[in-house]
Design a protein around this ligand. Structure first.
Ligand SMILES: Cc1cc2nc3c(=O)[nH]c(=O)nc-3n(C[C@H](O)[C@H](O)[C@H](O)COP(=O)(O)OP(=O)(O)OC[C@H]3O[C@@H](n4cnc5c(N)ncnc54)[C@H](O)[C@@H]3O)c2cc1C
Length: 473
């Protein structure tokens, strides 16, 4: 491959201004959000249309240059970061940010992959609808990235993952063909579900260029409460109580340990827990109602009354206005930001059956604390989905880079062995990328892993799309 003529060809497809080749211009695209992975790339290419994406793929096949597709670059697994070899290009979809159409009768919106998640939420509200995908990075992550990672977030309990919110896709294949799968159908049993194959494939099977998204009626009223619980069994019983009494009105159920909120408050003092006496577990609960403000407030108060009588909770604060509700959510979301400010921490984005959660936490905490005295376990997550962010930080005051490679590996192995023992998953919502590539075969088992490799070989025989992410062939 002759680099200069390859770059000239890319420039002829997207225009010279949209092929970044200087080190300074490329730099923001070459390191991931957590600053854990840094790579190199021949160029960062920014197409403006699906046809341009298809032409770029054909150009890359001819030159044998692999493509790392990138959305908002907020992923946690290094999936959007090229490898240090410098033989790849980064394909940024940030210019493909049009909302193509809204179909009110069908309750769908068709958007391009580079739309920022928040801009889709806002556009949905403008039509009187809700697009329920919601996560801490929503101001910068893009819908293509959300679908490529099958993102979760805080509303999964009620509305499902990104996969559940998507009815159709437009995809550029590894051959540079365009698959027009943008039908907004809620039923379509015409053979293998290609849409579901691309969702969650992290840019390894195709490049998502547009999607049909499901819209929902906008709730009339939302009420948020923070409650204190002493232990995980109480928190799970509380979840059951809310599911029984509030049913589909329950839209959020987030758990934060005292240690995670202490860390948050140490970096963001304005985000201190308003509940007194630092409860071991603080639960953030949200109800959304389509009937009336009065109806949902009353329901919330009644459920909390039962929870207090049954000693499931020891304290509760109901947000009295929108800004207090937002402050509760910000406290939850700032835990991740506090971790980023604190420096290196070892993340484990895991799910477990709710029935095993308590045993998992008790035994893993005990193993961890005895192996690494003083270690901080920053544990929080989407409890309603059984999803924990079981993160490990060195003891307070110790250099945040204190973990050496051997310790890092041992800590991951300890957590993942526990996850296996309790029937969980080593990636709940963040994906695999390069971070968990090595552990996937052991976790999924040889049969599943071989099927994944066969799919990758069939759809991308030249291994041109994000090679050595998720699976290596
Ligand atoms: C503060 C914070 C909070 C977060 N909270 C959550 C959370 O609650 N739940 C959750 O699930 N995640 C969360 N994340 C992780 C992250 O935001 C999500 O994984 C998000 O979906 C990634 O979107 P992105 O556009 O940034 O994708 P990127 O990071 O750019 O890419 C992620 C992967 O998708 C691929 N990709 C990107 N765009 C496309 C495309 N158009 N076609 C094909 N492949 C593509 C990339 O190659 C890469 O493998 C959080 C991140 C941050 C920083």
């Amino acid at each position: 491959m002759h680099t200069e003529s390859f770059i000239a060809e890319l420039q002829s497809i997207v225009g010279p201004n949209h092929v970044l080749i200087s080190a300074d211009d490329k730099a923001p695209f070459l390191t991931d959000w957590r600053k854990r992975f840094t790579g190199k790339a021949i160029a960062v290419v920014m197409p403006a249309s699906t046809e341009e994406v298809a032409a770029i793929v054909k150009c890359c096949i001819a030159a044998r240059v692999p493509i790392v597709t990138q959305g908002g670059n907020t992923g946690f697994c290094g999936g959007a970061t090229p490898y240090p070899s410098g033989h790849e290009i980064v394909l940024s979809l940030k210019r493909m940010n049009r909302i193509r159409s809204t179909d009110i009768a069908n309750q769908t919106m068709t958007v391009e992959a580079g739309c920022i998640l928040q801009s889709i939420q806002v556009a949905a509200v403008e039509t009187g609808h809700l697009f329920p995908l919601s996560l801490g990075a929503e101001g910068s992550c893009m819908i293509g990235g959300n679908l490529a990672t099958n993102a979760g977030g805080t509303n999964v309990l009620r509305y499902g993952n990104a996969r559940d919110l998507c009815l159709g896709l437009e995809v550029v294949t590894a051959q540079g063909e365009i698959w027009h799968g943008l039908k907004g159908l809620r039923k379509d049993n015409t053979g293998y579900d290609l849409r579901d194959l691309f969702i969650g494939s992290e840019g390894t099977l195709g490049i998502i260029t547009a999607a049909v998204l499901k819209l929902y009626p906008l709730p009339l009223s939302q009420w948020t409460t923070l409650v204190a619980t002493n232990d995980i069994p109480s928190a799970i019983a509380l979840l059951g109580l809310f599911q029984k009494r509030a049913a589909s009105l329950l839209t959020g159920f987030e758990m934060m340990t005292q240690e995670s909120l202490d860390l948050c408050a140490s970096h963001f003092p304005q985000m201190a827990n308003p509940l007194s006496n630092k409860p071991p577990y603080t639960i953030l609960i949200e109800l959304s109602d389509h009937e009336s403000e009065e109806h949902v407030r009353l329901l919330l108060e009644q459920i909390l009354e039962t929870a207090l009588e049954d000693s499931l909770v020891s304290d509760a604060i109901i947000a009295s206005n929108l800004s207090q509700a937002q402050a509760f959510w910000q406290m939850r979301e700032h835990i991740t930001l506090a971790q980023a400010q604190e420096g290196a921490n070892l993340k484990h984005d895991i799910t477990l059956p709710l029935s095993s959660l308590d045993q998992f936490m008790q035994s893993t905490d005990a193993l961890m604390r005895s192996a690494y005295p003083g270690i901080r376990i920053i544990n929080f997550g989407h409890l309603g989905d059984g999803n924990l962010h079981y993160n490990i930080a060195p003891p307070k005051g110790v250099d945040p880079h204190a973990f050496n490679q051997a310790e890092e590996t041992a800590i991951h192995e300890l957590v993942y062995a526990q996850v296996e023992q309790y029937g969980g998953s080593i990636s709940a919502e963040h994906g695999v990328g390069q971070l968990k590539l090595g552990g996937l075969r052991a976790h999924r088992g040889a049969v599943a892993h071989d099927m994944m490799k066969a799919i990758k070989r069939a759809l991308d025989p030249d291994n041109i799309l994000n090679p050595n992410k998720v699976v290596s062939i």
